[in-house]
Design a protein around this ligand. Structure first.
Ligand code: ADP
Ligand code: MG
Length: 671
């Protein structure tokens, strides 16, 4: 069986089906076999209707009558009917699932799985899932469920897999050193489990395989990086001391440690490849400034890439203040920069020591005389290609040192795998004197009573407020309030205050004007979308309201909240929710803790690595199944990868493995 063959060679896959599959990234036989079930429904022991009890139940029966009606409440359709088995009958009900009326074939048996509960004074089976009984493996009672891809539903995947059932036996192993089982069995039992245990065992095997690939990719990256040559930056003890003395504050221990790690890296022949990780407000900028300072002293240039013009501006202002006293020329290059030509000439001839910019830095006509250090702020905001573009701007085949910064704390388990051997410096300590942020969850209804007086108080003290909304414009289909509408409403409540809105679709110059006015205190309330999420630093802003807080992920909420609590006054953050639902675990965790690393672990456990990774870096990491919280399995895979790499012939021998990891190599690298 050639796993790399086109899916069209599979029985039952015609051109039409192939087109849909390919649209969803399933191109080869391998992709198809690795498209694993999302879940297994367990229909092992259905309850007979006569013995049914309230709670979660599985029953097997036929649909007797089914009809849909409009409920009194707008936008709600109710589909109701009767399910019968030999022992009796019960009521079944679905909401807004009108298609159910057409789903059931007369006389056929189905499994139903759902909650049997009291509704309007009568017990019913409420919104159960339903599958054709003949679709369920009769031996195990398990029904694998596949994610629907366009017109291809779970059922279609099962049919296609069934057609290829005999092909599994010829699948060769991918890895040299797996002790527990074979790949062909693992893939087979993942799709055709004969018990839950066999499915779990299969998935363990495949998870291990995946971790192995990921870790191997990371280690190969490290090997490749070590083959590159960089411009060595000598450590200048006296000058660095002077720089530190001139700072308006004392560096934290964590900042000193990180700076020292960077300085040592840059002395080496191979380029530095380091991630500086620190919670919002932990002071990454000054650490980056020290690296830039040393680099310029060595006669080499520095480039800093920031994801937004707002951030680039802010970095420019801060870094200029820190570096210009040492006769370092700092420049800003964004889309809004006037006379770019002149500036680019000066970058090329070396007059500019340190250029800070946005994507505008990446254009081909931005050339450097000698680029020795690239700093990337909020590195996950950039794609691999974008980062590489900047890295390649160093002439003479010398690779610049790379310092990537992120405020998204990476849980330790992810660090071990994804960033396998990456060098990481962590700022796990906030500068002294920071006031804690109080977080409160309130409903929309409480807003008036609780929030407005509090806002009044903050404004009267001369402090400022962020108000975060999800949407730019009002959308009648959703109930979220947009920045524009919220801004108008707040203007009515606080008529004496200057209130403006900010969002990502405004022109850069407009955004800058608003941001500057907020920075300087002319604007008291800034109503904004998440564009303020990254990096913005206005210490006088001491209060934040996040509307529709349930709409955001934990990591993002934490980032947003980090915009306040940056000054010497205690700050507060209000998480506003709609309706009367109890707040989610996410919001409760956020209220409980301000420790980014703790919240990242919680987030990882709650949402899985895909989501986290999305927040971490561009390009999705589609781990099919591996749990990045499974440190035991990770550890085993690491040991096995090291063994694998000890024999260089392996790299030639295991072709499929090596092909498969190129995608991982792309995402586990920083440069
Ligand atoms: P982030 O890590 O979020 O990028 P910044 O570098 O923007 O944080 O720093 C946040 C604020 O803290 C800035 O105003 C900066 O000047 C200040 N700061 C940085 N280091 C210290 C320190 N050691 N002591 C006091 N303030 C500091
Ligand atoms: Mg920052």
């Amino acid at each position: 069986m050639d796993l790399m063959a086109d899916i069209e060679i599979l029985k039952g896959v015609g051109p039409k089906t192939a087109e849909v599959l390919k649209k969803y990234g399933i191109r080869t036989v391998r992709d198809f076999f690795y498209n694993l079930p999302r879940d297994y429904e367990n229909y092992e022991q259905p309850t007979s209707i006569a013995e049914i009890r309230p709670g979660k139940v599985v029953i097997k029966g036929k649909i007797d009558s089914l009809a849909t009606r409009r409920a009194r409440r707008r936008n709600l359709s109710v589909t109701e009917g009767i399910i019968k088995d030999d022992s009796g009958s019960i009521k079944v009900v679905w909401f807004n699932q009108g298609y159910r009326v057409r789903q059931f074939e007369a006389g056929k048996e189905y499994y139903f799985s759902g909650n049997f509960e009291l509704r309007n004074g009568r017990y019913s089976l409420v919104t159960p899932s339903a599958v054709l009984a003949s679709d369920v493996n009769p031996l195990s009672g398990l029904n694998p469920v596949y994610v629907a891809h366009g017109t291809l539903k779970s059922h279609d995947f099962k049919r296609l897999l069934h057609n290829s059932r005999d092909k599994f036996a010829t699948i060769p192993d991918l890895l040299p050193t797996v002790k527990s089982g074979t790949r062909k069995d693992a893939l087979f039992f993942a799709h055709f489990p004969n018990s839950l245990q066999s499915a779990e065992k299969a998935r363990d095997y495949l998870a291990y395989e995946e971790l192995f690939e990921l870790i191997l990719a990371a280690k190969l990256n490290r090997q490749e990086n070590n083959k590159l040559k960089a411009i060595q930056i000598p450590f200048q003890n006296e000058a660095v001391k002077k720089f530190v003395k001139g700072l308006p504050f004392q560096l934290t221990v964590a900042q000193r440690r990180a700076a020292w790690e960077i300085i040592q890296d840059m002395e080496k022949k191979a380029p530095m490849n380091r991630l500086l990780q620190g919670d919002v407000g932990s002071g990454k900028t000054v650490v980056a400034a020290m690296a830039a300072f040393e680099t310029v002293l060595a006669g080499v240039q520095v480039a800093l890439l920031a994801p937004t013009a707002i951030l680039a501006n802010q970095h420019y202002e801060n870094l200029k203040k820190l570096l210009e006293p040492f006769k370092i020329t700092v420049a800003l290059l964004t889309g809004a920069t006037k006379n770019k030509k002149n500036l680019k000439d000066n970058i090329k001839n070396g007059q500019i020591n340190f250029v800070i910019g946005t994507h505008a830095l990446l254009t081909d006509d931005t050339e450097f005389k000698r680029l020795g250090l690239v700093i990337i702020d909020e590195q996950h905001r950039f794609g691999v290609e974008q980062r590489q573009k900047l890295m390649l701007k160093s002439p003479n085949k010398l690779a610049p040192h790379l310092l990537a910064m992120t405020a998204t704390p990476i849980p330790r388990s992810l660090q071990l795998t994804l960033f396998g051997d990456l060098d990481v410096s962590i700022l796990n300590e906030l500068p002294k004197g920071r006031q804690p942020i109080t977080t409160k969850i309130i409903t929309e209804i409480e807003t008036r009573a609780e929030l407005y007086p509090k806002m009044e108080q903050v404004l009267r003290a001369g402090q400022q407020i962020y108000w975060v909304c999800k949407a730019i414009n009002d959308d009648p289909r959703t109930e979220t309030t947009s920045v524009k509408v919220r801004c108008e409403k707040l203007k009515k409540i606080f008529p004496k205050m200057r209130i403006e809105f900010l969002h990502g679709r405004m022109k850069p110059a407009e955004k800058d004007t608003i941001m500057e006015a907020f920075s300087s205190g002319e604007i008291q309330i800034l109503v904004s979308t998440t564009v303020i999420e990254v990096g913005v630093d206005v210490p006088n802003a001491t209060m934040m309201v996040i509307e529709d807080a349930e709409e955001y992920g934990l990591a993002q909420l934490h980032q947003l909240r980090g915009r306040v609590g940056r000054g010497l006054v205690a700050s507060s953050c209000y998480l506003m929710t709609k309706g009367e639902m109890a707040p989610s675990r996410r919001l409760k965790e956020l209220k409980k803790s301000t420790d980014g690393f703790y919240l990242a672990e919680v987030d990882l456990r709650m949402r899985g690595p895909g989501e986290i990774y999305g927040a971490l870096q561009h390009g999705a990491l589609d781990l099919r199944i591996a749990s990045l919280t499974n440190t035991k399995l990770i550890h085993r895979a690491q040991i096995d990868v090291d063994k694998f790499l000890q024999n260089p012939e392996n790299i030639l021998k295991y072709k499929e493995l090596m092909q498969g990891i190129t995608k991982y190599q792309q995402i586990t690298t920083l440069n």
